[in-house]
Design a protein around this ligand. Structure first.
Ligand code: 5GP
Ligand code: MG
Ligand code: MG
Length: 201
C-alpha cells in the first residue's frame, strides 16, 4: 500500500518553482500579446490540467480574447496514451473563422493536441495554435506543431500546477516529479478501473 495523503508522500523533488512558472507566464504572455494583437482570439483551455496555467497565462496577455474549454481524454491507464482520443466535453463556441489558441498543461506523445487541432481546423477555424506549459518533446510520436511552450521536460512523470496524480494533487503550486516507487502503483490502481481509484490509496 502506497501512502498518498500528503504532497510529501508522492513528490520526489521540485522541478519548477512558483517563480519559474511565473517567469514562463510573463515571457509567453508577452509573446502572445504581440502575436495576437488586434485578433481577438478564442483561448481554449484543455481540461482539466490546463486551468491553473491558463488563469496565470491569460492574465499576462494584454489582448482582448474569449475563453472556452474542451475535455478530451486519451489516457487509458492514466500514464501511457492509448492512441484513442475521445471528446468528453465539447466546446460551446463556434470556432469558424476564429483564431484559436489551445492552452495545454503538457504535450507528451502529441496525440491529444493533434486530435484537438484537427477537430478545430475541420470546424473552420482561421488559425489554430497551442501554448503548453511543458513540452515532453522526446516522447512525441505524432507530427504536430507546438508553437509556444514554457519549458522542455524529460521523460519523468510530473505532478502539480494542474498536472494530476489519479486526478488528485492538481493544486500543488509547483511542478514536481512523482516518486519512482509510486509509479507502478499508479498504473495498477488505474487498471483496476474503479469508479474512484483514489480510494485505494
Ligand atoms: P499526449 O496525448 O500528448 O500523450 O498526452 C497529453 C496529456 O497527458 C496531457 O495533457 C496530460 O494530461 C497527460 N500527461 C502527459 N504527461 C504527463 C505527466 O508527466 N504528468 C501528468 N500528470 N500528466 C501527463
Ligand atoms: Mg492536458
Ligand atoms: Mg491526466
Amino acid at each position: 500500500m502506497v501512502k498518498a495523503d500528503n504532497i510529501n508522500d508522492i513528490i520526489d523533488h521540485k522541478l519548477f518553482s512558483e517563480d519559474d512558472i511565473h517567469e514562463m507566464c510573463v515571457r509567453l504572455g508577452k509573446q502572445l500579446t504581440e502575436d495576437y494583437a488586434g485578433k481577438k482570439p478564442l483561448v481554449v483551455g484543455a481540461l482539466k490540467g490546463a486551468i491553473y496555467f491558463l488563469t496565470d497565462l491569460t492574465r499576462q496577455m494584454d489582448v482582448a480574447h474569449q475563453l472556452d474549454f474542451i475535455d478530451v481524454s486519451s489516457y487509458g491507464d492514466g500514464f501511457e496514451s492509448t492512441g484513442k482520443v475521445k471528446i468528453v466535453t465539447d466546446l460551446a463556441t463556434d470556432v469558424k473563422d476564429r483564431d484559436v489558441l489551445i492552452v495545454e498543461d503538457i504535450v507528451d506523445t502529441g496525440l491529444t493536441l493533434k486530435f484537438m487541432k484537427d477537430l478545430i481546423k475541420k470546424r473552420g477555424a482561421k488559425s489554430v495554435k497551442c501554448c503548453a506549459m511543458l513540452n515532453k518533446e522526446s516522447r512525441r510520436n505524432v507530427d504536430v506543431d507546438l508553437e509556444y511552450y514554457g519549458s522542455k521536460v524529460g521523460n519523468e512523470f510530473v505532478v502539480g500546477y494542474g498536472l494530476d496524480f489519479l486526478n488528485m494533487y492538481r493544486n500543488i503550486p509547483y511542478v514536481g516529479v512523482l516518486k519512482p516507487e509510486v509509479l507502478p502503483y499508479f498504473v495498477f490502481v488505474y487498471k483496476s478501473k474503479l469508479a474512484n481509484p483514489a480510494m485505494l490509496i
